[in-house]
Design a protein around this ligand. Structure first.
Ligand SMILES: C[S@@+](CC[C@H](N)C(=O)[O-])C[C@H]1O[C@@H](n2cnc3c(N)ncnc32)[C@H](O)[C@@H]1O
Length: 234
């Protein structure tokens, strides 16, 4: 049976690690020294760990609006277990090379929740509530914007207009570049059905989207990111 996004239920507040971000977005050490926005950051450990290493990352997510750090930590821990149950139930749809098995996946995601929980308590100003398509940041506030597992992943419930508006807004706050991963819907290995039309829409708004293969291998078929840059047109 081909699973679909509906199997996963509500949009997961997931907690990927720095190593996953490096691999999904092909991030170099130089990239990690730039001013970075992670949207939607969920309960990822990326912001916590990069900032601990001397970086300058801001996390933004809708989820930060309605909860304090303690409650978010409880929710994030429960979401890591929900995500891991989904992976175990659909293990044949995943490539077990980045993670050796579902137990390793659980360990990595739980550690990311711990990193997130400690950081949001100690540095709450790094965790900003925000909704697409209108983010609470000035133009070009960041050098690099990273966006994982919302756009395209939930294309069954977020339509092409939402994607166009969302990408234009993420580009507004990006000085140089936006990277989005993956380009397939959650729980499937099928490319977002309106990717080509969206790339045409973006070009009409002066944004060039380049599909780039990356090393990350987990969800089968999900090994490309979209790199968006300004073309200067119109
Ligand atoms: C699957 S998580 C991805 C988190 C992180 N990037 C990662 O890879 O671990 C998706 C996130 O999108 C956020 N989100 C942003 N806009 C949303 C919307 N319109 N509806 C639901 N969730 C939304 C959720 O709060 C959630 O944290």
């Amino acid at each position: 049976m081909t699973p679909n996004t509906a199997d996963i239920g509500a949009i997961l507040i997931s907690s990927r690690s720095l190593d996953e971000y490096r691999s999904m977005f092909d991030l170099s050490d130089d990239d990690l020294s730039r001013r970075i926005l992670d949207y939607p950051a969920g309960a990822a450990g990326f912001t916590a760990v990069v900032n601990r290493l001397g970086g300058d990352v801001t996390a933004c997510d809708t989820a930060y609006s309605d909860s304090d750090a303690e409650h978010l930590t409880v929710v994030a821990a429960a979401e890591a277990e929900r995500g891991n149950r989904y992976i175990r139930d659909h293990a044949e749809n995943y490539d077990w090379t980045f993670f050796a098995d579902p137990d390793e996946h659980a360990r990595v995601r739980r550690q990311a929740v711990r990193d997130f929980a400690e950081d949001i308590r100690r540095h709450p100003h790094r965790y900003v509530a925000g909704w697409l398509p209108s983010l609470p940041f000035p133009d070009a506030a960041f050098d690099l914007v990273l966006s994982s597992h919302l756009l395209f992943s939930y294309a069954d419930r977020l339509d092409r207009t939402f994607h166009l508006d969302a990408i234009r807004e993420l580009m507004r706050v990006a000085r140089d570049e936006l990277r989005i991963f993956p380009l397939v819907e959650s729980g499937t290995s099928v490319l977002c059905p309106y990717l080509d039309e969206l790339l045409t829409d973006l070009r009409e708004h002066g944004i060039d989207g380049e599909v780039v293969e990356v090393d990350y291998r987990f969800q089968k078929g999900a090994h490309h990111m979209l790199v968006c840059r300004r073309t200067g047109f119109p």
